[in-house]
Design a binder for this molecule. Structure first.
Ligand SMILES: Cc1cc2c(cc1C)N(C[C@H](O)[C@H](O)[C@H](O)COP(=O)(O)O)c1[nH]c(=O)[nH]c(=O)c1N2
Length: 233
């Protein structure tokens, strides 16, 4: 028996080395952007490609529960910022002393600076009363919408567009501002725009809030808690 060298054949469906590197580059250099937005409006074809990427996401039972509300109006973005600001003050109070001071120094949104806001929603009624794959965990609709968001985020990266996820607000405030029906979940407000720079690491790591965990500590073998090299239980 001998091993076939890998580069002598291309696995069905595999990308070329250059394509693979490009995809991994998009994944590893995607960033959450808060403050680096430029005011330039995004061309419609760029927005269309990013939304098409979002819409290509997997979804439970193919229910496609997402909607994308595009908000360009500065006054409405200002109102969204006020909604954020109220919740952000509440959030700061949830941390104790030193951590609260560090929290207050963080910039956690670019709602007014980014020329485009996109509110992504999840409609749990989209697929009818019973949805294939969602029968025993109703949250699968939100998980599906997060897949669409991640696709959007990666597409934005390859377009040179920055995206920042803002989740610090009361659902009912955002629903009221944007006329979103009561039964629809607000997944986030996304600040979208060209950027003057991208950090090479998560901003929260650079600012000393939290660091990336070592991957090897997060991979278990066979049973919860058993990491590679541990003796068999
Ligand atoms: C569900 C969810 C919700 C939020 C976020 C992310 C996700 C997945 N993130 C962005 C988050 O802080 C960021 O992704 C991590 O810090 C890692 O940084 P990079 O995305 O790798 O740059 C985020 N960032 C922020 O400044 N304000 C926010 O309200 C949120 N909310």
């Amino acid at each position: 028996m001998h091993d076939e060298p890998n580069d002598h054949f291309v696995r069905a469906g595999a990308f070329s080395i250059e394509e693979r590197e490009a995809v991994y580059r998009a994944i590893h250099t995607r960033r959450d952007v808060r403050d680096q937005f430029l005011p330039d409006p995004l061309p419609e074809d760029v927005i269309a490609r990013m939304l098409a990427a979002a819409h290509a996401a997997p979804s439970v039972g193919f229910m496609q529960p997402w909607n994308f509300l595009l908000i360009r109006d500065a006054a409405r973005r200002e109102a969204a910022w006020r909604i954020f600001s109220k919740a952000n003050d509440e959030a700061a109070e949830m941390f104790s002393n030193e951590r609260r001071d560090s929290y207050r120094k963080l910039k956690l949104e670019g709602i007014r600076k980014a020329p485009l806001g996109i509110c992504v929603t999840c409609d749990p009624t989209r697929g009818g009363a019973v949805v294939l794959g969602r029968t025993h965990n109703l949250r699968m609709d939100s998980y599906s919408t997060v897949c669409a968001i991640q696709n959007f985020w990666l597409a934005a990266r390859v377009e040179g567009v920055g995206v920042g996820w803002v989740s610090i607000f009361h659902q009912h405030d955002m629903r009221a501002l944007l006329g979103i029906p009561e039964h629809v979940e607000v997944m986030g407000w996304f600040c979208v725009g060209y950027v003057d720079r991208l950090y090479d690491q998560p901003e929260l790591a650079l600012k000393g809030w939290l660091q990336r965990l070592p991957l090897e500590q997060l991979i278990f073998e066979e049973v919860w808690g058993k990491v590679s090299g541990d003796p068999d239980i």
